[in-house]
Design a protein around this ligand. Structure first.
Ligand code: CTP
Length: 478
């Protein structure tokens, strides 16, 4: 099929097209499509082709200024409703519109009233190629695309920037303007890209709202750590970059039946290892394996082919996962090597760093003399070994960093030392309750970027990780 570039037409023709498009409330591009569709249509019986009316009278659907109805994009780009909140990061949302459209998405925008201070409806509408919506009681909107229609005529809602105030309203079910009314009326997935001052992000009220939003099944991307617009301020609160948001949106837009990780081979380690002292005693740690098992379940549910190599834990096999149960670090190393190749490897196991150099064949007995000395030798570092493989290294290697202090600094050093691609750093100090507990606080570290996730359940950590891996996979194929 030939493709036409409207820009290359004569100015007079372009002016005519603009007038026609304005009269029909369409974009120029849509007007051209409609003319072509008309020209290609079979003539009605009894009417010769040249009798076709040149300027059909506008119908109700074509009433002037009525925004066009969205349809799924060819190629499955999806329909995104972008809600732009009132934050300095709103300028990045202009770029986000382009990034989403580049990926084939149809983008329709809602601007909150206060967001007008940061970007204009004109620039948003121009980039989205359709007028943006601003008012809950806009008679024009209510006529054709009221808030209920906006809430339903899309496959995904993205809120960027999601300000502290907007998140509080969504968490509490307010509906006092167009953006919040749409969010309350929707049954579509919602992706929030928070942006606020670090103190606001850390505020106990925001923490509570974020936890509630995650519990309600909303998805979050960012915020990232970095410098703030306010001079001299830095911390977690910067909105994720438009490319990151677009990748996360695209991952959420993939048809669920196919699974966002369909066709991906994922290898995961989980649980502790037991290093024998003698046939009845061993060295171990407090890892429950819950986080690794939750990741295996979420990754499998997303359609991946999963092998889980687990140390001794009391957890059932997750559905659809190939599970290899092992005891020691050496067994785990062998089992991991046997499970390669893989596209993604996630090392969530709390592998014992040392083993007893010469474990006794028989139970060690008290002799009434000095207790036995147990010389230790270092275990293989499975993550570092796989990260350094030349031929069978998975393209994405993810480690965990269990730290009790200076979590991010130690984790960054670990990322460099072990040569993996991402590290999920978590605080495992006794007061955090992470070891054996159900909650986790994660910082995702890749290159120099640190993304701090709010405290969430281990299942939610797994879901969030799936979304990041899906976005990574998407970025490699686009
Ligand atoms: N890891 C591994 N094999 C080991 C030790 C650790 O594969 N022998 C992996 C873990 O699964 C995790 C990462 O390395 O993904 C970091 O584990 P952690 O226990 O935090 O770090 P250590 O290497 O043990 O370093 P340190 O004890 O100094 O913190």
């Amino acid at each position: 099929m030939a493709s036409l570039t409207v820009r290359k037409l004569d100015e007079v023709v372009k002016d005519g097209l603009r007038l026609r498009a304005a009269r029909h409330g369409r974009s120029v591009e849509d007007e051209v499509r409609s003319i072509l569709r008309e020209a290609a249509a079979e003539p009605e019986p009894g009417r010769a082709p040249d009798e076709r009316p040149q300027n059909p009278a506008p119908t109700a659907r074509q009433a002037p200024a009525a925004p066009r109805r969205t349809a799924p994009m060819p190629g499955g780009g999806g329909r995104v409703l972008l809600i732009i909140g009132a934050g300095i990061a709103a300028y990045k949302s202009l770029d986000l519109i382009r990034r989403l459209r580049e990926r084939g998405a149809h983008v329709r925008c809602v601007l909150t009233r206060a967001a007008h201070h940061f970007v204009t409806p004109l620039s948003v509408g121009a980039l989205a190629d359709e007028p943006c919506h601003t008012d809950l009681f806009d008679p024009r909107s209510e006529f054709d695309v009221g808030h209920i229609r906006l809430a339903r005529d899309c496959d995904l809602i993205v809120v960027a920037p999601a300000t502290a105030d907007l998140m509080a309203k969504i968490a509490n079910g307010h509906a006092d303007d167009l953006a919040t009314a749409v969010l309350l009326a929707t049954d579509r997935p919602v992706l929030l890209a928070p942006a606020m001052n670090p103190m606001m992000w850390l505020n106990v009220a925001t923490r509570r709202n974020v936890a509630r939003l995650l519990q309600d099944g909303r998805h979050l991307i960012g915020p990232n750590r970095g410098e703030m617009a306010e001079a001299g301020e830095a911390g977690v609160g910067r909105m994720a970059e438009p490319l990151e948001i677009a990748d996360a949106a695209q991952a959420l837009l993939r048809p669920k039946s196919a699974g966002v990780l369909a066709g991906t081979r994922v290898l995961i380690t989980a649980g502790p290892t037991h290093e024998p002292i003698d046939p009845v005693r061993y060295i171990a740690n407090r890892s429950s394996g819950k986080q690794g098992f939750a990741i295996a379940a979420a990754v499998a549910a997303a359609g991946a082919e999963v092998t889980l190599v687990s140390g001794p834990v009391g957890l059932p096999d997750p559905e659809g996962v190939k599970v290899r149960r092992v005891e020691t670090a050496a067994d785990m190393m062998a089992s991991v090597e046997a499970a390669l190749p893989a596209d993604v490897a996630i090392f969530a196991a709390a592998v014992a760093d040392w083993r007893v150099a010469a474990a006794g064949d028989q139970k060690l007995k008290k002799t009434g003399e000095a207790p036995p000395s147990l010389p230790l030798v270092e275990n293989p570092d499975i993550l570092a070994t796989v990260s350094r493989m030349e031929e069978r290294r998975p393209p994405l290697v993810i480690g965990f960093a269990a730290e009790t202090e200076h979590v991010i600094a130690h984790a960054k050093a670990k990322l460099a030392r072990k040569r993996c691609d991402w590290i999920l750093a978590n605080d495992v100090s006794p007061e955090s309750g992470v070891m054996g507990g159900d909650l986790n606080t994660i910082h995702l570290i890749r290159d120099d970027a640190v993304e701090s996730w709010p405290r969430m359940s281990k299942d939610e950590v797994a879901e969030t990780l799936v979304a990041r891996i899906a976005a990574w996979r998407e970025s490699r194929t686009t």
